[in-house]
Ligand binder design. Structure first.
Ligand code: ZN
Length: 317
């Protein structure tokens, strides 16, 4: 296969209250708010982007805060957990921080040989920390409340529940460029570009589990990296040849996107590595102002009037 994806670009989730979301991801987890924008399809809703200091692809967890939505219903056809990489030896720091901020976490596990600490965000989103010293595209954020030695290095993997393994496995390996790595405790791991932190997807088949549904505390979609438009169009054709129905390319201004549902129903996206979050803001001031894509700028006054006020986090240290 000539054209493949190159790991996780971003993961987009649904949150409840936007201020609680911001307080947690910046104030407790120490990510940088690299873009404060709106849902381009529903501009009365924020779209908040949290990442490393510069918004490297692979570090970016984004949210649509929809406080009136029902909680997500865990089930097949959904991403059910988003693990993040942290440096080896970080867990004592993180457990103390979680205790200090009333963050619920589970017992440490070993997954595929790596120490893993599962936890949840304030709206119930299943997350985990995985200790890894793998090299990542990552830039330390100096204004983070988290010392650089413990900062989140980006998404390590995504975990999906599916009714059946085979159709999703076929798409991953025959059309997106993943290799099958192996199985552990019912989780099937696939890696792309040789695998590594940020390049894993893990799938569990749950034949008798009900279908999942989007809601607060759930994952909306997973975006996979492609280098540029040419590669995006090529991978899009491979997705079409798998019998799926990808959208046309959509300009998201900071990257360009194609969306499709994989055979088990999880919403996937292809997203280009560029142009990047500094296209419309100085790198030093990312996230400070509400940024609208050019085609929404004429409606700024109405949009700002519909959005709830947001203050930078009250939770620190
Ligand atoms: Zn996306």
């Amino acid at each position: 296969m000539k054209n493949t994806v190159h790991g996780i670009h971003h993961v987009t989730c649904i949150a409840g209250d936007p201020q609680e979301n911001l307080d947690f991801y910046v104030g407790v987890m120490g990510l940088r708010l690299v873009k404060k924008s709106v849902n381009q399809d529903a501009p009365d809703t924020y779209h908040l982007f949290y990442a490393d200091a510069v918004g490297n692809p692979g570090t970016d967890l984004t949210f649509f805060p929809w406080p009136l939505m029902e909680p997500a219903r865990l089930g097949v056809g959904l991403t059910v957990e988003v693990p993040f990489g942290v440096p080896v030896g970080s867990f004592d720091f993180w457990r103390k921080r979680f205790d200090a901020h009333n963050v619920k976490y589970d017992a440490e596990e070993i997954r595929f040989g790596e120490k893993t600490l599962p936890f949840r965000d304030p709206h119930g989103l299943p997350l985990a920390l995985v200790e890894t010293d793998a090299a990542r595209d990552f830039v330390t954020w100096d204004d983070s409340p988290i010392p650089s030695a413990y900062q989140l290095r980006g998404m390590h993997a995504v975990r999906l529940w599916e009714r059946m393994l085979a159709p999703t496995a076929k798409l991953l390996t025959e059309h997106l460029g993943f290799e099958y790595i192996g199985e552990e405790n019912g989780w099937h791991r696939f890696g792309v570009d040789g695998g590594g932190s940020g390049k894993w997807v893990e799938v569990q088949a749950m034949p008798s589990e009900r279908r999942g549904a989007w809601g607060t505390g759930g994952v909306h979609h997973v975006a996979w990296r492609v280098r540029d438009d040419e590669e995006e169009f090529a991978v899009r054709r491979q997705v079409e040849s798998a019998g799926l129905s990808p959208t046309p390319q959509i300009d998201r201004f900071w990257f360009r996107s194609v969306y499709f549902k994989e055979p088990g129903g999880v919403l996937f996206e292809l997203a280009t590595d560029g142009p990047g979050f500094d296209r419309d803001e100085n790198m030093e001031h990312l996230g400070e102002q509400l940024i609208l894509p050019p085609w929404l700028e004429p409606h700024r006054a109405q949009i700002e009037a519909m959005l709830p006020k947001l203050e930078m986090p009250r939770v620190r240290a």
